[in-house]
Write a protein that binds this ligand. Sequence first.
Ligand code: ZN
Length: 382
Amino acid sequence: MNFNALINQERLARTFIQLCETDSPSGQEGRMAKLVTDILCGLGAAPPFEDTSAEETGSDCGNLIFRFAGDPQQEPLFLNCHLDTVEPGQGIKVVRQGDRFTSSGETILGSDDKAGIAALLEAWQVIQENKLSHVPLEFLFTTSEEIGLLGAKALDPAHVQAKMGYALDSSGFGRVIVNAPAYNQLHIKVKGVAAHAGLQPEQGINAIVLAAKALAAAPCGRIDHETTVNFGLIQGGVASNIVPEQVLIEGEIRSHSLEKLERLTQEIEAVFQGVIAAWHDPSGEVQGVPELDFQATLGFPAMKLSTDDAVIQRILAAGKRIGLELRCEDAGGGSDANIFNGKGLATAIVATGMTNVHSTAEEVSLADMTKLTELVLALISG
Ligand SMILES: [Zn+2]
């Protein structure tokens, strides 16, 4: 079927602009949720299921799931986009030059993730207009992806009937993300003892010196082809005449291997513990000992799909139907798909054409959004 001929490109462009010009900073997705609901319900969709995740995420709405019955003989599918955008993302004015969309330069554009949402809405419109049969389908719209995948984390996977799906949420075009790393966030507190630096330095334990020794000995940067470590923030001390009592270090570890992630986390903790344990009091005048508070929290689990998996085979076949050769690639970041895969929902990430995301130079082309809509149609039409 020639899906391209069924797509109304100007309508797709109008929808995209309307979505981008509706503010939806993380935590305040309510207006976007209402707009998407109005558009889909205007096309005959049943009102969405809204979960209770807002209590947990603090957003002004929950995750939304639109359900479309479809042909029961076919394997169900869900398609996911997030409703929120990063800053500066309020009062966006979309500038269109021919085929290209950008912001006016003051803000982001919001194609992350509204290029994906616009493609879903146009695809559904095409299905309706042409009375095309389709697979049992869910549109899953999440909140607060950009501030730690909060909506996805709070989602009860039992609410999603399909067992496989796609997150339309990656930059570039023609790419399918099959692997993404797991991520540990590190909060490390090194505690010493404060003392006057000039009068009683013997009574102090310098937390900055201890932290520096540990950081110098800890692995950092690229560890191997699938693993990285970074210490990105350090705070401590009060004034140059006070032996500093405390240092806070924030860092992260990413790895495509959960085993390496855990091993490296333990290794870094051991380095800090070793420095603390090696401290000794040369003067015998210190009231106390140094202490360590080392916390590692899993930011998101790894996602690991194989090209043999049904979820990948299905999209490669859909690409072929529309003459699009899709490339399977690895990503370095995390997204809602990491969380969904961790919850047992096989989810691949699909590039939407957006580029320079999270910057005021963000842009997307109508040609890519049209091709994305074709790909969605090829995936969902039965
Ligand atoms: Zn995104």
